[in-house]
Design a protein. Structure first.
Length: 310
């Protein structure tokens, strides 16, 4: 009876948290200054000296404050915020919503485990609860890691064409900021992720930030080595006064070669990856389709051959 009551209250708390989070996410707030400051803070992504979270500012901010009070909570929130930024998710409430959903998912699995083993022994309960805790904690993080890899792959796939177009636009006589903004507008529908990153860099430079620092933050946000090499090339070309358009053209050819090599490697791995599904699923079905009719025919003939004489 006590287990049923605990499970009921856990489910009620989970549903209430999900409802409140949905209300907070979709409710419009007329606070453009706070939105702008939070957007710039999420784009900055400074690793050192994270600010201490304070109480107030809405339900989601209070939830983050309560999480930060636990041992290791502030570090977990900082790492999660970095992962969300690397996945291209940089909205104000992204960290709070993700943290709330992960905790709600964890508590739901633990409550389901308690309810499923309400009549079991202590060893079974402990094993199932441990499995629920591990699954509830690791599964959302693995999903987030997959989102990070997908976002970085999209950036890498769109970088060769974008760099090539940037070199062409620079060859027409436009400045670097204007060229990046023009390329971002042209690539908005093909590679929106990379276009957003370029637009962010231009916005930071126009706001008064140094170009070197803006590119450093771009590298820190994305974590892509090709973008790091591009930023280094642009800064060195600006420092030494060399031709950036020609350097971008050569670098775009190098990026295309790397993209082709990645595609060839993926094709080479496809045969090995298809081996296990073929052995586990295709071959058994093929054996059933091809061998079972013959076996049935042989058994039918044997039954007629050894039957009673007429």
């Amino acid at each position: 009876m006590l287990t049923n009551v605990i499970f009921f209250f856990m489910i009620l708390a989970t549903v209430s948290a999900l409802l409140w989070s949905g209300i907070e996410v979709f409710r419009d707030r007329e606070d453009p200054l706070a939105d702008r400051l939070q957007e710039l803070r999420s784009h900055a992504m400074a690793n050192a000296g994270r600010p201490t979270r304070t109480r107030g500012g809405g339900l989601l901010n209070n939830i983050l404050y309560l999480i930060s009070l636990f041992p290791g909570g502030e570090r977990w929130l900082g790492d999660t915020e970095n992962e969300l930024a690397h996945a291209g998710i940089r909205k104000r409430r992204a960290l709070a919503v993700y943290s709330l959903f992960q905790l709600a998912f964890l508590f739901t699995l633990v409550g389901s485990a308690l309810y499923a083993e309400r009549d079991g022994d202590a060893a079974a309960k402990l094993g199932l609860i441990t499995a629920a805790v591990i699954l509830g904690w690791l599964l959302p993080q693995q999903v987030l890691h997959r989102l990070v890899k997908s976002y970085r792959r999209k950036l890498q796939d769109g970088l060769p064409d974008t760099v090539d177009l940037l070199g062409i636009v620079l060859g027409t006589g436009l400045a670097l900021d204007q060229a990046m903004l023009r390329v971002a507008e042209e690539m908005r529908y093909l590679y929106p992720e990379l276009a957003d990153e370029f637009s962010t860099v231009v916005m930071q430079v126009k706001a008064g930030q140094e170009r070197a620092k803006a590119f450093q933050q771009l590298v820190r946000r994305t974590g892509v080595e090709d973008i790091k090499a591009l930023a280094t090339m642009i800064l060195q070309s600006e420092r030494f006064g060399t031709s950036l358009a020609q350097a971008l053209k050569v670098y775009a050819d190098s990026l295309r070669n790397k993209r082709r090599l990645r595609a060839e490697a993926a094709v080479a791995k496809a045969g090995i990856k298809m081996l296990f599904p073929i052995v586990l699923f295709v071959l058994p079905a093929l054996f059933v389709v091809t061998l079972v009719p013959g076996i049935l025919s042989v058994l039918h003939d044997l039954k007629q051959g050894f039957g009673p004489p007429r």
